[in-house]
Design a protein around this ligand. Structure first.
Ligand code: S3P
Length: 172
């Protein structure tokens, strides 16, 4: 067998609360690859939090910065990359991810996502009167696009190691 994922970067896509960052970090540790999280890299590059970028500059500007940051990351060394939930919805960013990475949709049902996102705030897209309805709506409108990822892995409750194992066996 050749190198895992043919030496390509492994990019996790999917909605907020799917566990992209936690699973990604463990996957990277297991595979001894570097790990990056696009939201963290955007915050570093901008010197502002994701929420502040949204409120000060708007979502469109956030998507432009996100695209640049993801382009820089995936044209570098093989790594595990956790992308922000909307990255794969942007045509240019999705094209970059599809060209340079093996893409994995970490999929979860609404209740699982909701349980996880409601533990932490600071998600600008959920700052609305009915955040759960908003999340349901994002899931409905985005899932067909997430489903175009190379591999789909179900993120269930319980140890993230289960998803890591599922990803590694799907990559083999
Ligand atoms: C977003 C998801 C967030 C972050 C931003 C927008 C989205 O990332 O990039 O708030 O459009 O779904 P996580 O998926 O890491 O929460």
């Amino acid at each position: 067998a050749g190198p895992l994922a043919n030496g390509k970067t492994i990019a996790l896509v999917g909605l907020m609360g799917a566990g992209k960052s936690s699973v990604g970090r463990r996957l990277a540790d297991t595979l001894k690859l570097p790990f990056h999280d696009s939201d963290d890299e955007i915050e570093k590059a901008a010197g502002l939090s994701v929420s502040d970028i949204f409120s000060l500059h708007g979502e469109e500007e956030f998507r432009r910065v996100e695209q640049r940051v993801i382009e820089r990351l995936i044209t570098g060394k093989q790594q595990v990359l956790a992308t922000g939930g909307g990255a794969f919805m942007n045509d240019q960013t999705r094209a970059l991810l599809k060209e340079h990475a093996v893409t994995i949709w970490l999929s979860a049902d609404l209740e699982t996502l909701w349980r996880r996102v409601s533990r932490r705030d600071g998600r600008p897209l959920l700052k609305t009167e009915n955040p759960k309805d908003r999340l349901r709506n994002l899931l409905e409108t985005r899932k067909a696009t997430y489903a175009t990822a190379d591999i789909v892995v179900e993120s269930r409750d319980g140890p993230h190691m289960n998803a890591v194992r599922d990803i590694i066996s799907a990559l083999k």
